[in-house]
Design a protein around this ligand. Structure first.
Ligand SMILES: Cc1cc2nc3c(=O)[nH]c(=O)nc-3n(C[C@H](O)[C@H](O)[C@H](O)COP(=O)(O)OP(=O)(O)OC[C@H]3O[C@@H](n4cnc5c(N)ncnc54)[C@H](O)[C@@H]3O)c2cc1C
Length: 321
């Protein structure tokens, strides 16, 4: 039997595998659940099998809704299935990945359930029964803690790489199969799906990143950084101003309106550390920043700082490596 009042994660596939954001959400859910059951909900075709992976990341229950029709189901159809499931089993909380699919599904479900949804959260925790969703607000200058005291379920979406995923130790997950008949959507049918191949080396999964900002916006510094990145096996990211250059794309922008990264090492060159940048890299493990202004906000958020010209640091590191 499906547990009532549980914390649900809406699982997503990326090709044949469960998307990393689902595993990150499961790990976070496990950490904050405080005795509440954690369930992963997966809408899949009979050819897809996400259950084993979901079990490894700490789901107590896996609710499998399976039908051939999911291969061509529109977002509207999936949202209807999820809404019916939520109405039948009354979870306390429902979490989505803030991916293109999650961003399309979550508000449709929210509208049908007439409950609250906090999008693009950076942190989640409970105060007793109340989910507190933390996100930048008011022109992204302050962090707001948003709650939904009156309606259930409480819903939130979280961007990929905001949390890290860790395999869980614990008992096996209980698998609940829910019968489904997916009727075609007269307004829209999905003809084909394909995993997007990024034009650049994937920044979101990079373990080492060198990030360039306006203070490093010189051809020579960028060329030196590219050589350094190759020696270190690092990917290159940028702050917003550098996406105006023809040699960088929006896919390389780190931050609130770009990619969220969580590398083991990030080196920030000539980046001031605006909140919109920092929210995209706050999960980085070791932060090194070079800025000629010792009071730049990024300096207070760094493990090691270099006060001076970014070009000089790049040249020194090139010589060293
Ligand atoms: C809704 C919204 C969303 C946004 N989303 C994003 C986002 O996703 N990502 C993002 O990056 N921005 C985003 N921004 C823009 C953000 O507010 C900042 O404007 C941007 O991050 C600043 O980039 P920067 O740090 O490179 O430039 P600046 O803020 O101009 O900082 C440049 C820094 O370089 C230093 N410097 C100058 N010369 C040198 C030198 N020779 N050597 C060393 N240091 C030097 C300066 O001291 C300064 O600290 C967003 C803004 C809004 C309103």
């Amino acid at each position: 039997m499906i547990t009532k009042d549980a914390l649900w994660i809406i699982a997503e596939f990326e090709g044949a595998r469960i998307a990393p954001v689902t595993l990150q959400l499961l790990t976070k859910a496990r950490a904050i659940a405080n005795g509440r059951a954690v369930a992963a909900v997966v809408l899949e075709t009979p050819a897809q099998h996400g259950e084993a992976t979901l079990a490894q990341y700490g789901a107590d229950e896996i609710i499998v809704v399976q039908d051939d029709g999911f291969a061509h189901a529109s977002d509207r159809t999936q949202a209807k299935q999820l809404t019916a499931l939520i109405q039948a089993h009354t979870p306390n909380t429902v979490l989505f990945g803030a991916t293109p699919a999650g961003r399309s599904l979550a508000p449709r479900v929210q509208d049908q359930l007439e409950t609250g949804l906090t999008a693009d959260c950076l942190d989640l925790y409970y105060e007793q029964d109340l989910l507190v969703a933390v996100k930048p607000s008011y022109g992204d200058n302050v962090m707001c803690e948003i709650v939904c005291p009156e309606r259930r379920p409480q819903m939130a979406s979280v961007r990929p790489n905001t949390f890290s995923a860790k395999k869980a130790t614990g008992g096996p997950a209980r698998i609940e199969r829910v019968p489904a008949t997916v009727a075609p959507d007269a307004a829209c049918t999905v003809q084909n799906t394909a995993v997007k191949i990024a034009a650049t080396t994937s920044l979101s999964g990079a373990r080492k990143i060198i990030a360039l900002g306006r203070g490093a916006n010189k051809d020579a510094v960028i060329a030196g950084t590219r050589q350094l990145a190759e020696k270190l096996g690092a990917s290159i990211g940028v702050s917003r101003p550098l996406t105006d250059r023809p040699d960088f794309t929006a896919e390389q922008q780190i931050g609130q309106s770009g990619v969220t990264v969580s590398p083991d090492l990030i080196i920030n060159l000539g980046i001031s550390g605006a909140v919109q940048y920092q929210v995209g890299m706050s999960a980085s493990k070791l932060v090194i920043s070079a800025n000629r202004d010792p009071k730049a906000p990024i300096m207070a958020q760094s493990d090691y700082v270099w006060t001076g010209d970014a070009a000089a640091l790049v040249a020194a590191l090139q010589e060293l490596l």
